[in-house]
Structure formats: structure tokens, C-alpha cells
Design a protein around this ligand. Structure first.
Ligand SMILES: [Zn+2]
Length: 312
């Protein structure tokens, strides 16, 4: 490298660091980094416990749940005792604020209370909370400054990988979509570039096409699939071209084409025409994909990821 090029490069680095407000940390050298993947389930849905917990523990892995404290212990959301069990399994509990507002629209004192209360409410229940997920993935300089008072990091979206030069109050993430070939390409890139892939998701659903439906399923009731023996929890009905679809949390087993579906309370029935997606199976598949193809890649919590990136 010529001296002139060197100075330009050095200036860019210094400029970048000085613009960061001190959040960009670059202590690790790129060549010793390990490629990382984190799975974060936003909003604290009960499927983190009823569906995801087993997927990860059966494969010896961990994930993170980002909790909105006002939604805890309400219908379809996690309870504190479920959170404690997830934590015992090695999951990381993240704050996702108290009421899930767009923090950018709040006054400084409102931001302050959203960020400090959510952390103390969880910690008073015996949970360890070090990191934050911004609602709607939205943040700005003021939000980041307040986040830094209470948290080690903050996560937003932006569909990017995290490299070893990063702003820990602007951790980047991708949405875990149904396009598995896309998600696999993010994993491939994180591996080859030795970067950190953070995937975020919400409620874990399966969506199926249903035919010959008799009666109406009741929200929250158990669904039984025969002969596969699978079980689910009914969430909603919808449309699929041509016909009707239903959504449910896939609790156990794998529903199969031609299964007869029966609602436990309603007695409604139907026939499974086609599985449109099953997010539980997708997540299982992704973990297996990582284990098989990239055994040295690590699946980590956010806090562990920060450690391995040598972020203070
Ligand atoms: Zn959210």
C-alpha cells in the first residue's frame, strides 16, 4: 500500500470512529473471528415456549426472546414462569420496551421510562436483561444515547450482517422469512465473510390449505391431526388461492397432507390439503443446515455474540 493510500484508509477509520459517539468498537482482528448466527423472537409470544424451546434444546442450541413487559402474562404471550424456564435453558431474555412504541416519536423522558422500566420489571422477576431490541426496529441518535445508559446493545433491522467493525447500538438483523433459499444465502455469507447474522422472527405459525371444512374452529383451541398424530393450537383463518387456509401454532408432530383435522372444543373438522408453510420445521431445518454445513459456526445469544466479537 502506498503512503497516500494508507493515509486515506486511516482517515476513513478515524472519521468513522469519531462519528460513532464511541459505539463502534474494533478491538477484534478480523482473522480470528468466528462466524455467528443468532435467532431472536420478538414480542414475547408464547410460541417461544410452546414451540421454539424444544426445537433449540433438542439440538443443543439456544435462542433469544425479546419481551414487551406490558404484554407478559396475557393471552398468547409468555408468562414470567415460562421466561424463567427459557432462561434456565440458556435463552437470553431481551428487553423490547414496556409498551412497544416507536421510540423515535417519544420525548426523552418517555424513552427513558420505556427503557429503564422494562429492564427493572424483568430483573425484579429474577431475569437477567442486558440487551435491547428497538420496537419496529426503529432508532435514532437520541434513542441510542439513552439505550447506552441501560443496555449493552440495541438491535434494529436494516437487512445486513454485522461485521467486526460495528455500532453495538445499531446491531443489524434480517427478518426470518419463508424464503429459505434466501435465509440460507445469509448463513452462507455470514460463514464465508466471518460475520454475525442476526435473524428475527415473531409468533411461530404453520399455514395450511384446508378443504371439506365442517363447523368453525375456536380461537386458541387444540387441533388434532390424524393419522399423523400432530397437534396444534388454532390461531386464525385466511384465504389461499383457491380456497381457505388456517393458521396454527405447530405444537407437536408434523401435520401431513390428507390428515383429518379436528378441533378439540368446537368439534369442527376438515381435511389438510397442503402445507403452505410450517415455520417450526423451517427453523429446525435451518439449525440442521448450519450444523451440517458449517460445524464451526456458532449459534449464540446476543450477549454471547457481543463477547465473541470482543465488544466490551
Ligand atoms: Zn416488536
Amino acid at each position: 500500500m502506498h503512503m497516500k493510500q494508507f493515509y486515506c484508509f486511516a482517515c476513513i477509520i478515524i472519521f468513522t470512529l469519531s462519528c460513532s459517539g464511541g459505539n463502534i468498537i474494533n478491538t477484534a482482528s478480523a482473522d480470528k473471528l468466528i462466524p455467528l448466527v443468532s435467532f431472536v423472537f420478538d414480542d414475547g409470544y408464547e410460541t417461544d415456549y410452546t414451540v421454539a424451546k424444544d426445537i433449540f434444546s433438542l439440538q443443543g442450541e439456544v435462542a433469544c426472546t425479546a419481551v414487551v413487559t406490558n404484554w407478559l402474562n396475557t393471552e398468547n404471550y409468555l408468562s414470567v414462569s415460562q421466561l424463567l424456564e427459557l432462561q434456565k435453558d440458556g435463552w437470553e431474555i431481551l428487553s423490547h420496551t414496556e409498551s412497544h412504541p416507536d421510540l423515535k416519536t417519544l420525548s426523552e423522558s418517555q424513552i427513558e421510562s420505556e427503557l429503564s422500566n422494562s429492564k427493572s420489571i424483568l430483573e425484579n422477576q429474577g431475569l437477567t436483561v442486558k440487551n435491547l431490541v428497538y420496537p419496529f426496529n426503529k432508532t435514532n441518535a437520541i434513542v441510542k444515547k439513552i439505550a447506552a445508559k441501560y443496555y449493552r446493545s440495541g438491535r434494529e433491522g436494516d437487512s445486513m450482517l454485522n461485521s467486526y467493525v460495528l455500532d453495538r447500538y445499531e446491531l443489524k438483523s434480517y427478518s426470518l422469512t419463508h424464503d429459505l433459499s434466501k435465509i440460507k444465502s445469509y448463513v452462507d455469507n455470514a460463514y464465508s465473510e466471518k460475520k454475525w447474522l442476526i435473524l428475527f422472527h415473531h409468533h411461530i405459525y404453520a399455514k395450511i390449505k384446508i378443504s371439506d371444512q365442517k363447523g368453525n374452529f375456536i380461537l386458541g383451541e387444540k387441533l388434532f391431526f390424524q393419522p399423523s398424530g400432530a397437534k396444534g393450537k388454532y390461531t386464525a383463518s385466511g384465504f389461499v388461492f383457491p380456497g381457505t387456509a388456517i393458521y396454527f401454532a405447530p405444537l407437536s408432530g408434523i401435520p401431513q397432507t390428507n390428515d383429518t383435522i379436528t378441533g378439540q372444543t368446537s368439534g369442527a373438522t376438515g381435511k389438510l390439503g397442503r402445507v403452505i408453510y410450517n415455520e417450526k420445521e423451517d427453523i429446525k431445518y435451518l439449525i440442521e443446515y448450519i450444523h451440517t454445513n458449517y460445524p464451526e459456526m456458532k449459534i449464540v445469544t446476543i450477549d454471547k455474540g457481543l463477547d465473541l466479537m470482543e465488544i466490551p
